[in-house]
Design a protein. Structure first.
Ligand code: PHE
Length: 340
């Protein structure tokens, strides 16, 4: 009896017809009152009790397999019929379901890169794990100078000389060390600061740094470049304003505001009713920095600027909470599906 049951199980396994007549035949053969399975259960009553355990298990398996197979094939057969009933065009390309989309930060980064590429800036990258010299010392941060506290740094415990870069300005240094002027590059990348995570701050974010070194580069060149960028990035009537500021690696230094993209300068929550929003830091590269990178500061001068990509993305798409950028919630990401 065991052999017979095993054979039926194997037979059921290979059965795959979807036609109505075959399926009905299957049902009559196995599943009806007078079908094979019920007959086997009757026979089961008569076998010696020491065989009951093993045969009983096989018999149950047969019953389950037959029922499952029948349900599955019936469902498939119904589906196939409904396709043909609807006159569906089966030659159409398949619907592949959900497509992914570019992350808003990538969209904005790419747009910034394109704007600067159009005026001859190349793209450079550098390491995120960096040494103190490239992050601070070469950029004119004196040892123990309070300016080092401007940026809360993640240091590597066993090697206090190594840290996660706090800004992309370290790439500036690498570029100047390894190349001869004229230099004209933008440097996108992730940076890290030891900050509590909230809607307005994160322990990592993204910057794009810009650097232009040549003979006779002036503050007017910096201003004009940033005005061009702002108009391209936001809209043609965007205005800029520069406020004096301080960075150890630029002199003079400034912070740049643009006229508020939300209210056009009339005053709203985004610009805290001032009509202006700060978007970047900039300045003329300090001669000490040029000398640290073996560039003759009596021949060359240059400007640098650095901006947060999250900030620009916020202004473009009004994203209120920074954490959304790194949570990968598809409900958030999907909103950018049709943005090129
Ligand atoms: N590195 C500065 C920061 O992280 C930005 C900056 C870059 C300022 C270049 C001036 C020049 O805030």
């Amino acid at each position: 009896m065991e052999r017979t049951i095993t054979q039926y199980i194997a037979e059921i396994e290979t059965f795959s017809s979807l036609t109505d007549t075959d399926l009905e035949q299957f049902r009559l053969t196995y599943l009806t009152k007078n079908g094979i399975i019920n007959q086997l259960f009757d026979e089961f009553k008569t076998i010696p009790s020491e065989k009951k355990k093993i045969v009983g298990q096989l018999l149950n398996q047969l019953k389950i397999s037959a029922n499952e197979k029948y349900e599955l094939l019936k469902k498939l057969s119904e589906q196939t019929q409904s396709y043909s009933d609807n006159n569906s065009d089966l030659s159409l390309t398949a619907n592949y379901g959900n497509f992914g989309s570019r992350h808003p930060m990538s969209l904005v980064r790419n747009e910034i890169i394109q704007i600067f590429s159009r005026i001859g800036f190349t793209i450079e990258e550098g390491p995120e794990i960096e040494d103190d010299w490239h992050i601070f010392t070469a950029l004119n941060f004196q040892e123990d100078h309070p300016a080092r506290d401007m940026q809360d740094t993640f240091f590597i415990e066993q090697q206090p000389d190594i840290a996660l870069r706090t800004h992309t300005s370290s790439v500036q240094v690498r570029l100047m060390q390894n190349n001869k002027p004229p230099l004209r590059a933008i440097m996108p990348g992730r940076v890290y600061r030891n900050e509590a995570i909230s809607a307005r701050a994160h322990c990592f974010f993204h910057q794009i740094e810009g650097l232009y070194i040549d003979k006779n580069v002036s503050f007017a060149d910096l201003k004009q470049t940033l005005l061009y960028f702002s108009k391209e990035m936001f809209c043609a009537d965007t205005q800029i304003r520069l406020r004096p500021s301080y960075f150890p690696f630029t002199e003079p230094s400034a912070e740049m505001d643009i006229s508020c993209t939300i209210c056009g300068g009339k005053g709203c929550n985004m610009c805290k009713k001032t009509g202006w929003v700060e978007i970047l830091g900039c300045g003329m590269v300090d001669p000490n920095v040029l000398e640290n990178c073996r560039i003759d500061s009596s021949v060359y001068s240059g400007f640098a600027f650095g901006m947060g990509i999250e900030r620009i993305t916020n202004l473009k798409y009004s994203v209120k909470d920074l954490r959304l950028f790194s949570e990968n919630d598809t409900r958030f990401l999907k909103q950018f599906q049709n943005v090129l």
